[in-house]
Design a protein around this ligand. Structure first.
Ligand SMILES: [Zn+2]
Ligand SMILES: [Zn+2]
Length: 293
C-alpha cells in the first residue's frame, strides 16, 4: 500500500486509457485512428491492448501522446475458462504460450519490462481465490466501459473483497474500447514526473494514480486523526474500509454539492479507500490508504 497518495506527490497529471482494441483484433478502428481519437479528446497516455497481438507503436504517429506497447492475453484459469490480463509495455511478438499459466505469463511480462493488470474481474466472474492465486499484478480494473453493456462495468465489490482479505491492489478505470461508443467512459489519472513511458510506468508501479468516470479528485489523505478528501462538485463522498468500516457524506436535500469531506477515524483501521459519485452517477475512486498517526 503506498505510504502517501498521488495528490501529495510532485509531478503532472496525465489522463490515460490503459485498455483499447483496434482492427488488429476485434476493435472497429485502426490503431492510428485510436491514437487520434484519444489525442483529440485530451488524453495523454494510451495503451493499445489487442487480443493475442502486440501492435508495434514505433509505426504510429503520436505527437503529444505517450503510447504503451501492450497486449491483452488470455491464459487458462484453473477451475474457470480464462483470465483476461492486460500486459503493458511488452515487446513486439510477446504472447501467451500454448498452455502457459497465468503466473508464468505475468512473470515473463515483468521480466521483459512490463506490468500486468487484471481486466474486468466482475465481467469475467473469477472467484476471489482465482484472483488471489496470481502474484505480482500491478492493479485491477475497478471500472471498464465496455463491460457496462451487461451491467458489469463496476468491479468495486470484487476489489473490496480482495482488499478485505489482504490482497492490496490499486485500481484503474479503462474503456476497453472495441467500438466507438465505448470511448471516454472511464480513465486513469496518473501522477508522473514527466510525460514519458518510463515516468508513466514508474508512477503506475508506485500506485500514484486514481480512477475516474467523471469526477476530479484533488486531495485525499489522513492527518490529525481524520481522513479528508477534496474533489469537483459531487453528490456523495464515501470513505470505504473493511466490512462495516467507513462513512458516507451526502449533498444536501437542496442539491448543494459536496466538494470536500472530513471523517474522524482511528489510525488503527487497516485501510480506507475513497469513492465519490457525481449527480449523473459517475464515480471516481482513490487507492486504499493505510492511516498513520
Ligand atoms: Zn477482456
Ligand atoms: Zn479488452
Amino acid at each position: 500500500m503506498p505510504p502517501s497518495t498521488p495528490f501529495a506527490t510532485p509531478g503532472i497529471w496525465l489522463k490515460a486509457n490503459l485498455h483499447a482494441h483496434t482492427t488488429a483484433s476485434d476493435g472497429d478502428s485502426p490503431p492510428a485512428t485510436r491514437v487520434q481519437q484519444y489525442r483529440d479528446a485530451g488524453y495523454d497516455v494510451l495503451a493499445i491492448t489487442d487480443h493475442h497481438t502486440v501492435v508495434p507503436i514505433a509505426e504510429l504517429d503520436r505527437p503529444g501522446m505517450v503510447l504503451l506497447q501492450s497486449l491483452e492475453a488470455h491464459p487458462a484459469c484453473p477451475g474457470g475458462p480464462i483470465y483476461h490480463l492486460v500486459c503493458l509495455n511488452v515487446p513486439v511478438g510477446f504472447a501467451c504460450g500454448e498452455g502457459e499459466s497465468a503466473q508464468s505469463l505475468i512473470d515473463r511480462a515483468r521480466a521483459a519490462g512490463g506490468e500486468v493488470i487484471l481486466a474486468h474481474p466482475y465481467w469475467c466472474g473469477r472467484t476471489i481465490e482465482q484472483i488471489q492465486a496470481l502474484d505480482h499484478l500491478l492493479a485491477i480494473e475497478v471500472y471498464n466501459s465496455t463491460c457496462r453493456r451487461i451491467g458489469k462495468g463496476d468491479s468495486s465489490v470484487v476489489w473490496d473483497y480482495l482488499l478485505a482479505t489482504g490482497t492490496t491492489l490499486p485500481a484503474v478505470a479503462v474503456d476497453d474500447v472495441h467500438h466507438d461508443d465505448d470511448l471516454y467512459g472511464g480513465w486513469t489519472m496518473i501522477r508522473a514526473r514527466e510525460a514519458t513511458s518510463e515516468a508513466v510506468l514508474e508512477a503506475l508501479r508506485a500506485g500514484a494514480f486514481y480512477a475516474s468516470c467523471g469526477p476530479e479528485i484533488t486531495d485525499f489523505g489522513y492527518a490529525n486523526g481524520a481522513f479528508f478528501l477534496r474533489c469537483s462538485p459531487v453528490a456523495e463522498i464515501s470513505f470505504i474500509g473493511r466490512g462495516a468500516q467507513g462513512r458516507s457524506f451526502f449533498a444536501s436535500h437542496h442539491g448543494e454539492p459536496l466538494q470536500e469531506a472530513l471523517w474522524t477515524a482511528s489510525a488503527n483501521l487497516p485501510y480506507i479507500r475513497a469513492m465519490v459519485t457525481d449527480f449523473a452517477g459517475r464515480r471516481a475512486w482513490t487507492q486504499p490508504l493505510r492511516p498513520t498517526a
